[in-house]
Design a protein around this ligand. Structure first.
Ligand code: KG4
Ligand code: ZN
Length: 344
């Protein structure tokens, strides 16, 4: 039945729009999983000199970028605007001013083209990036979402049936990477920088503690303080700091917490597939450690191609496609919801 629904819809053209943070992105997909174009205009260089995303600057840049990026996505797909059948747009979570640009563009275009709008939850989009990278992948599976704003273990029972098993109580994993990188003087975003530096260091050099929580929640603020204390006390004592060892040891602590809980959750819930999602999924050590752990435990492991790990609009279009099958469309009253939680 599931396959039938998908096959009947394989001709549908979906435009995806994503502006939740510092990437202005538009993508066209055909049917459920065929990417015709995936345009991402990143603002990272613009925010780098401030050490992080400046919301007001992000919104203004999205306004300048949004229509050229959509035009480019349509052109690259070798289509015209009139060929679009539906528009999927991120409406939360994210920066309110940034989200509003995408939502307004989607509503305007949907009105002009007389096509439906699908309101997409950004976190759900990250999970759906995996369907674009692995066309054979089907729910049910367990997903670990690790991004700049969120860290969560999600049960995905079906395309439109999610359940949160646990999430971070304080910092998200990506946020911890970015904050530690910042105090180490590395550029924004810090995750990829720590990833690179950690390859040169010894992950067993420093024992950083990680919070022990009984359920599937995470906490990274204690680890962050431990790294900050280590750096400050070494500085005060005039001791030389091996930044590569700090990066590798910090990264190991984060990864251990993520991997252990995810494997445990999969076993307890009887899932045999684990799906990694979100910007931190681009971390090479996380990917390889989780993959090895899954293999040794007889679990199948999936993660998206690098370009689909971080924010993009193809994942939003894909999520929109499956949500549209439930006929849950938005209308011209759609608004940005910056604190949006996980929905079903
Ligand atoms: O999913 P994403 O693009 O945006 C949000 O929805 O938050 O994730 C961005 C986060 C940033 O914190 C960035 O530092 C982190 O993903 N990140 C990484 C790597 N690449 C991106 N963290 C660790 N290692 C990486 N290679
Ligand atoms: Zn994201």
């Amino acid at each position: 039945m599931k396959e039938l629904i998908i096959l009947q819809n394989e001709e549908v053209i979906t435009l995806g729009i994503e502006t939740s943070c510092d990437e202005t992105a538009a993508s066209i997909i055909k049917g459920s999983r065929k990417i015709l174009s995936n345009i991402i205009s990143t603002q990272i260089p613009l925010h780098q000199k401030f050490g992080g995303v400046v919301p007001e600057i992000a919104s203004r840049k999205h306004i300048l970028n949004i229509m050229p990026v959509i035009d480019e996505a349509v052109k690259k797909a070798e289509l015209e605007l009139k060929d679009i059948n539906q528009i999927a747009v991120t409406y939360g979570p994210g920066l309110v001013g940034a989200l509003l640009v995408g939502v307004s563009a989607a509503k305007t275009l949907a009105y002009a083209l007389d096509v439906p709008i699908i309101a997409v939850n950004h976190l759900e989009g990250h999970i759906f990036a995996n369907f674009l990278s692995h066309i054979e992948l089907e729910p049910p599976f367990l997903s670990l979402i690790v991004s700049g704003g969120h860290t969560a273990i999600i049960k995905m029972n079906d395309y439109n049936d999610f359940e949160m098993l646990g999430q971070t109580r304080d910092d998200a994993a990506g946020e911890a990477f970015d904050k530690i990188a910042r105090v180490m003087g590395l550029p924004y975003p810090g995750g990829p920088e720590i990833d690179k530096l950690a390859k040169l260091g010894n992950p067993d050099a420093i024992e950083f503690p990680i919070a022990k929580i009984d359920n599937y929640d995470f906490s990274f603020s204690g680890l962050k303080s431990a790294v900050l204390n280590y750096l400050n006390s070494a500085k005060m004592k005039g001791e030389e700091i091996n930044n590569a060892d700090v990066a590798a040891s910090f990264q190991k602590a984060v990864i251990n917490a993520l991997v252990d809980k995810t494997i445990h959750a999969a076993k307890e819930s009887n899932f045999d597939k684990i799906v990694l999602a979100g910007g931190v999924a681009a971390n090479s050590a996380l990917e390889s450690i989780l993959r090895n752990k899954c293999e040794s435990q007889g679990l199948n492991f999936y993660y998206p191609s690098k370009i689909l790990c971080t924010d993009n609009a193809a994942m939003i279009a894909c999520r929109g496609f499956y949500k549209a099958l439930t006929k849950k469309f938005a209308n011209d009253r759609l608004n940005a919801v910056p604190g949006l939680g996980l929905l079903a």
